[in-house]
Design a protein around this ligand. Structure first.
Ligand code: SF4
Length: 301
């Protein structure tokens, strides 16, 4: 029995078999980097826009390469995940062209689109809804990181928590599932931030959650703060405690896509534990099993 509502299990139940993700770099940029709403990006964001594991070759080639690799043999259904930068930040024509490129064969059963709330509007939602009409499962991953707008400002997020709420309404109008990203260990976090984030996630019409640890990678503004002694990364024990708190207090039906970050080892400055995803996952699993914890046990309507 899963102790929390894991993405893999959710997809297996939905499609009747194992479904894996293929991460692609769609060649996008971000309005928080090109000057439209800001420059330099969020202070933790690396050169590759949170897509350090993807490579810049054509979208179709990226998907095909994955399908031909040993990972492509491990399932017969896949969701293409547009991960790097802001994957709705382009004209509708270009977005359509890029998403279409990912649909290389009928093994592709879904599209996952990572973006910012201020890059969601009716036209984007309508386009994504078209893919759902074709039978694909589409979800949008929206960066929230924090519900504390003061922290949001400090990390140079460039949008407000209200923008997230507005984007949620537009997407849900078209029945598109939403996965909120939150981060633990951000600079200047306040005491109530964790509880506020839990309440927010429970109150909003969102279907999925990704929990990330904040890590420091080379070349970012956060790296400078860290090197100057102005930022201390979250300790592993503290992180685990917070994740357990979140899992037990969120709605049981929320699909948990991730409970830790996946830091690029070659660029990671700190904390060193964030390079060991398995270790973090195992610790959380073991505590949940030994203490008989599960998602949503403390959730009250
Ligand atoms: S919105 Fe995303 S891609 Fe843009 S700077 Fe922030 S983390 Fe990076």
């Amino acid at each position: 029995m899963d102790r929390y509502n894991k993405l893999n299990t959710f997809l297996k139940n939905k499609f009747g078999e194992r479904v894996l993700k293929i991460c692609v770099d769609g060649g996008f940029t971000c309005p928080n980097r090109d000057g439209k709403c800001g420059r330099g990006g969020c202070i933790f964001c690396g050169e590759r826009g949170s897509g350090e594991h993807t490579k810049r070759i054509s979208i179709a080639d990226q998907v095909n390469k994955h399908l031909q690799s040993y990972r492509g043999q491990r399932a017969s259904k896949f969701v293409v995940y547009f991960q790097s930068f802001t994957n709705t930040y382009d004209t509708i024509e270009n977005l359509k062209q890029k998403y279409d490129q990912a649909l290389v064969c009928d093994k592709i059963v879904g599209l996952a689109i990572a973006t910012r709330p201020d890059c969601i509007d009716e036209a984007v939602a309508k386009l994504l809804a078209e893919y759902q009409k074709q039978g694909l499962y589409v979800w949008v991953e929206l960066g929230l990181q924090t519900t504390n707008d003061k922290v949001g400002k400090f990390i140079n997020r460039g949008y407000s928590t209200q923008d997230f709420v507005d984007a949620t309404k537009v997407l849900r109008k078209y029945n598109i599932d939403i996965v909120a990203h939150i981060m633990l260990g951000l600079p200047n976090e306040e005491e109530n931030d964790l509880q506020d984030a839990i309440n927010f996630v429970n109150e909003q019409d969102i279907q999925g959650l990704k929990i990330h640890s904040t890590y420091v990678i080379e070349g970012t503004a956060l790296a400078k703060l860290y090197k100057d002694g102005k930022y201390q990364p979250i300790q592993l024990d503290d992180y685990i405690e917070k994740v357990l708190n979140i899992l037990q207090n969120i709605r049981p039906e929320i699909v948990v896509h991730r409970i830790t970050g996946d830091a690029p080892k070659d660029l990671l400055l700190a904390p060193s534990w964030s390079a060991h995803k398995k270790l973090v996952l195992n610790r959380i699993e073991n505590i949940m099993a030994s203490e008989n914890l599960s998602q949503g046990v403390n959730f009250k309507k």
